[in-house]
Structure formats: C-alpha cells, structure tokens
Write a protein that binds this ligand. Structure first.
Ligand code: HEC
Ligand code: HEC
Ligand code: HEC
Ligand code: HEC
Ligand code: HEC
Ligand code: HEC
Ligand code: HEC
Length: 384
C-alpha cells in the first residue's frame, strides 16, 4: 500500500498574518482578488469592477466589500473561515498529491482518491471491499485543512454523502472520518455517510455563507466558506447608503462586535456550540462532564470564572480577530485583566507568561487526530 502524504502548507496562515502572498493557480475570482490584494498589486479602485459572480443575486460578495474595506477583506479572504469549504480541485496540496491511498485495517476496505474524467471536479474517491468497488465523485472539501478535510461527493446513483475517510493534517494522510467508524457492510456503505437533503443542508450550514439548502452539486463557489455577509448580514443597504453619500455609514450593516458578551457567545456559538441556556444547571453540569464539548468553545467559555466574574467584559472578540486565524500569543489578552497594575483580576502566582499552556490546555482523544484548546479557563487539576 502506497501512502502519498501531503500537508497543507503554512502559506495561507502566513498570508493571513499579512506577511506573504499565497501562490495558487486556477483560483476563482474572489480568491484571486485576495492574492492580488495581499501582494499589493491591485488598487481599491480596480476592485470595484470585480467579476459578476462576486455579486450574484444572492448578495454582495467579499469583492464588493473589499472596494472600501480592503485591508479587512484581504485578511479575511486568507483566513480559515473563508476556506472552510472549497471546491476539491481548488485544494492544490491535494491535487498535487494524487493519487492518495489508505487501507482501513479494521474493515479491510481499501480507499484511494484519484483523478478521473468524471465531471465536475474530476476527482473520485474509490472504496474497494472484497471484489466490489464503488465511486464517490468528489465535489467539496469541508474544513480549511488546519485539522482536517472531509469530502462531500455524489454517487453514481445521485446520492450525496460525506466521505468515510478524511484527510488529517496531523498525520498528513487519510484516515476514517470521526463519527463514521462503524464497520461497513459493503463497498457502497464503506464509501460515505449518506446524507438526505436535510442532513446535507445541516452539514454545510456552518461552512458556507448562504443558501445552504442548495443541493451540493449546484452551490455557487461564492456561497461556499464563511464570508462577510454571513456575519454582517446583507450589505445591500449599507452600500446603498454609501452611494447616496449620506454620512450614516453604519446603516443596514450588523457589527457583531457591538453585541454584549452573552449575545456574542450565542452569535459565534451558532456555529461554535450554543451554550446551555440561562439557569439550566443540569444542562451546565452535563456540558462540564462531557469531554467532547471541548470542541465547542462557546459552551466551555461560559463555565469560566473569567467570563462569569468580569461583568460582561469577556467576549470571543476579546481574544480573537474574527477576520483572522488564531493569534500566536494570548498573554496580552489574559494580562489585560490579570496584570498586577490593572487590578481588575488577580495575577498568577506561578508565571507571567505562556498562560494558555497551563490554563487552556489542548485536549485530544475525542476527535480523530485533532486537539482543541479548552475554553473553560481554570486551574486545571490532575483529576480533570
Ligand atoms: C463604498 C464603500 C463601502 C462599501 C462597498 C462597504 N462599506 Fe462598510 N463601511 C464603509 C464606511 C465608510 C464605513 C464607516 C467607517 C468605518 O467603520 O470604516 C463602513 C462601516 C462598516 C462596518 C462597521 C459598522 C458599525 O456599525 O460599526 C461594517 C461591519 C461594514 N462596513 C461591513 C461592510 C461589508 C460586510 C460590506 C460588503 C457587503 C461593506 N461594508 C461594504 C464603506 C463601505
Ligand atoms: C457560519 C458559521 C460560523 C460563524 C458564525 C463563526 N464561525 Fe468561526 N469557524 C467556523 C468554521 C466552520 C471554522 C473552521 C475553519 C476550518 O475549516 O478550519 C471556524 C474557525 C474559527 C476559528 C479558528 C481559526 C483558525 O485559526 O483556524 C476561530 C478563532 C473562530 N472560528 C472564531 C469565531 C468567532 C470569534 C466568531 C464570532 C464572531 C465565529 N468564529 C463565527 C464557522 C463559523
Ligand atoms: C453547527 C455547525 C457545524 C455543523 C452542522 C458542521 N460543522 Fe464542521 N465545523 C464546524 C466548526 C465550528 C468547525 C471548526 C472546529 C474547530 O477547529 O474548532 C468545524 C470543523 C470541521 C472540519 C475540520 C476539522 C476540525 O475538526 O476542525 C471538518 C472536516 C468538518 N467540520 C466537516 C463537517 C461535515 C462533513 C459536516 C456535516 C456532516 C459538518 N462539519 C457539520 C461547525 C459545523
Ligand atoms: C466570522 C464572522 C465574521 C466574518 C466572516 C466577517 N466579519 Fe467583519 N466583523 C466581525 C466581528 C465580530 C466584528 C467586530 C470586531 C471587534 O469588535 O473586535 C467585525 C467588524 C468588522 C468591521 C468594523 C471595523 C472593525 O475593524 O472592527 C468591518 C468594516 C468588517 N467587520 C468588515 C468585514 C468584511 C469586509 C468581511 C468580509 C471580507 C467581514 N467583515 C467578515 C465578524 C465577521
Ligand atoms: C475580561 C477580563 C479577563 C480576561 C481577559 C481573562 N480573565 Fe481570567 N479571570 C477574570 C476574573 C474576573 C476572574 C475571577 C477571579 C478574580 O476576580 O481575579 C478570573 C479568573 C481566572 C482564573 C482562576 C480560575 C479559577 O477557577 O479559580 C484563571 C486561572 C484565569 N482567570 C486565567 C486566565 C487566562 C489564562 C486568561 C487568558 C487566556 C484570562 N484569565 C483572561 C477575568 C479575566
Ligand atoms: C480568553 C481568551 C479567549 C476567549 C475569550 C475565546 N478564545 Fe477561542 N481560543 C483561545 C485560545 C488561547 C485558543 C487556542 C490557541 C492555540 O492553541 O493556538 C483558542 C482557540 C479557538 C478556536 C480554535 C479551536 C482550537 O482549539 O483549535 C476556536 C474555533 C475558538 N477559539 C473560538 C472561540 C469562540 C467562538 C469564542 C467565544 C465563545 C472564543 N473562542 C473565546 C482564547 C480565547
Ligand atoms: C506553568 C503553568 C502556569 C502558567 C504558565 C500560568 N499559570 Fe496561572 N496558575 C498555575 C497554577 C498551578 C495555579 C494554581 C496554583 C497556585 O495558586 O499557585 C495558577 C493560578 C492562577 C490564577 C488564580 C490565582 C488564585 O489565587 O486563585 C490565575 C488568575 C492565573 N493563574 C492566571 C494566569 C495568567 C494570566 C497567566 C499568564 C500570564 C498564567 N496564569 C500562567 C499555573 C500556571
């Protein structure tokens, strides 16, 4: 069995940090814009003539926002939010590595991802079990690649499914998708977790900007990934206000930065895990007991004393710029409350840096090849 490993390189992350442009070929207009913008080769004025697909009937794409919000847009377009759902053929690292193979020893199923002449992407996942082979025509890669990518594809019979194998960054190769470990009965079963239209819409709902009820084979590229209007609402009125040259720039656009702490936790939590409501202590106890809730930062953060005893000062945006990937250090965020002089919260008797290592440790073991920082900020004891 040949394993052809690949890694999503750091270029995208570095670009997000503003240091280096990404070199991608065959990218759609929106992404191409980001490359040009990051390289500083395109002026804001030019961007207003962005391609029609950026401003389809469903709304105004990042391209239009970029006309005026160039700096934010170029960072956001390079982020994992924007890349969390990509056409398979637009994942250069995957395309270069093909064919990729994996043997699931537990079930004896042999998998390979290979080029084919099939439309639309020309990339197939083939599962062989015994003497039978079945094929999933791949459409989308879900997940930006920081941890993993699961594929959404279509069978010859027209059914949509999520691939039973995913690609994992940590090991640089394929392995069985979290949640689909159950032993398959035949090659067709081994291919994918099959999704009815409702399940497919739910699956993609947190990985795209709008119209998640569109069948996966008809989703326009501009709707895939989490872009401006998913968080800010439709930009139509806002852009209109600009055209009318009123000075009411904020009109018609939401700014989730203005939300109170709990409202913002719910806002981001729509995708990152909604915490149990109000005074439902049983639900809270449940969240605390459940290791896998570590995947859902919003559910864990509300358990922290930092959150509960800071009078609404602690929000998601205290520590995260939603237009960018994770920062490299969070000490400044912690110390904004826990520094001696600030006097707002007690300082640490143990250390004055690297706070996250001890108080928000990364947890593994409940999702394949993935670790998550525990947002229940606390003094972690050995019994935890
Ligand atoms: C023609 C120029 C223009 C376009 C196009 C434009 N904006 Fe703005 N926007 C502005 C200006 C000017 C402001 C006010 C100054 C500022 O905050 O930068 C603003 C403010 C904002 C704010 C802050 C609002 C607040 O209440 O704090 C958000 C959010 C925003 N824009 C998002 C968007 C999004 C999303 C798009 C694309 C759908 C977009 N803008 C398109 C010019 C524009
Ligand atoms: C529409 C759903 C959605 C909303 C709303 C959303 N996110 Fe995300 N977010 C995602 C998805 C999906 C990913 C995973 C990206 C990937 O594929 O790696 C992600 C990734 C992240 C990451 C990790 C970035 C990295 O370095 O990879 C952070 C931090 C984050 N989101 C913070 C926020 C915050 C803060 C908010 C609220 C302001 C928010 N998100 C709102 C869907 C969402
Ligand atoms: C309720 C919102 C939501 C739904 C529904 C959802 N995801 Fe995600 N998904 C996320 C968020 C948020 C992340 C980022 C998690 C992180 O890194 O903290 C993510 C991350 C991922 C990743 C990257 C690996 C990882 O763990 O970060 C993959 C792959 C993925 N999702 C696939 C899927 C597939 C396939 C479905 C449907 C079967 C699905 N997701 C349904 C919100 C969702
Ligand atoms: C994941 C959700 C999310 C996405 C996607 C997103 N934003 Fe934002 N945006 C926010 C939040 C949250 C704030 C408030 C930030 C704060 O207060 O720290 C914000 C603030 C802003 C502001 C106000 C100025 C500022 O820096 O605070 C502008 C302008 C803006 N966003 C434009 C955009 C544009 C343009 C895009 C697309 C290229 C975009 N945003 C995509 C969540 C998002
Ligand atoms: C918005 C202010 C704020 C921020 C930001 C903040 N905290 Fe706190 N934190 C508090 C408050 C308030 C308490 C309660 C104790 C006190 O009053 O000093 C607390 C308590 C704690 C405790 C004690 C928990 C316990 O269970 O006894 C730890 C540990 C801690 N914080 C670590 C951190 C770390 C690490 C960060 C950064 C990742 C951070 N905090 C960010 C406000 C904050
Ligand atoms: C006190 C600071 C702080 C606050 C507040 C905070 N985060 Fe985080 N977040 C972190 C740190 C630290 C990490 C891990 C960074 C790392 O490991 O490099 C992280 C990681 C993440 C990730 C990536 C998951 C992972 O572990 O790989 C997501 C998604 C995320 N945060 C979302 C959120 C959301 C949504 C909120 C609000 C409900 C939030 N965060 C509030 C500090 C914070
Ligand atoms: C090497 C691990 C480590 C690092 C790094 C670390 N802490 Fe701690 N911290 C601890 C331990 C262990 C305790 C509890 C034992 C104690 O009180 O001495 C603690 C206690 C705390 C407390 C509660 C103090 C009290 O009296 O209840 C706060 C608040 C805190 N740390 C914040 C931080 C902040 C902010 C940072 C970064 C500037 C940080 N810690 C870095 C290990 C660490």
């Amino acid at each position: 069995m040949r394993h052809n490993p690949f890694k999503i390189n750091a270029a995208r992350q570095e670009q997000a940090a503003g240091s280096r442009p990404l070199t991608l070929s065959g990218k759609p207009p929106v992404l191409l814009l980001s490359v040009l913008m990051a390289a500083g080769t395109l002026s804001a004025a030019l961007l207003s003539s962005s391609s029609p697909s950026d401003s389809d009937s469903a709304g105004n794409g990042a391209g239009q926002c970029a006309t005026c919000h160039l700096e934010i847009a170029s960072r956001q377009l390079a982020s994992d939010h924007a890349h969390t759902m990509m056409k398979v053929e637009d994942i250069p690292e995957l395309m270069r590595a093909l064919p990729v193979e994996h043997l699931d020893r537990a079930s004896g199923v042999a998998y390979r991802i290979e080029r084919s002449s099939a439309q639309p992407a020309g990339v197939d996942l083939v599962a062989r079990m015994g003497t039978r082979e079945e094929t999933l025509r791949l459409l989308w890669g879900v997940g930006a690649g920081r941890k993993g990518i699961t594929f959404i594809g279509q069978s010859d019979q027209g059914a949509f499914g999520q691939s039973r194998v995913s690609w994992y960054q940590k090991i640089g190769k394929l392995d069985v998708t979290t949640g689909l470990e159950k032993r398959p009965v035949d090659a067709y079963d081994a291919l994918a977790g099959w999704l009815n239209p409702h399940e497919s819409a739910h699956c993609l709902s947190c990985h795209m900007t709008r119209n998640e009820n569109t069948p996966p084979d008809s989703i326009p590229e501009a709707d895939a990934g989490v872009h401006c209007e998913r968080c800010h609402g439709s930009g139509e009125q806002h852009i209109q206000a600009m055209a009318e040259e009123t000075d009411n720039f904020s009109r018609g656009i939401d700014n989730p930065g203005r939300l109170g702490a709990l409202e913002q936790v719910y806002f981001c939590g729509a995708c990152h895990g909604i915490p149990p409501g109000g005074a439902d202590l049983r639900a809270l106890g449940h969240a605390m007991a459940m290791d896998h809730s570590v995947r859902f930062p919003a559910e864990r953060l509300v358990l922290s004393r930092c959150y509960n005893e800071s009078g609404g000062r602690l929000k998601c945006t205290t520590c995260h710029d939603p237009h960018e990937n994770l920062a490299s250090s969070f000490d400044g965020n912690c110390l904004s409350c826990h520094e001696d002089q600030a006097g707002f919260a007690i300082p640490c008797p143990q250390s004055n840096d690297d706070c996250v290592r001890c108080h928000m440790p990364r947890e593994t073991g409940f999702m394949t090849h993935s670790a998550f920082a525990d947002h229940w900020i606390r003094v972690v004891t050995s019994s935890d």
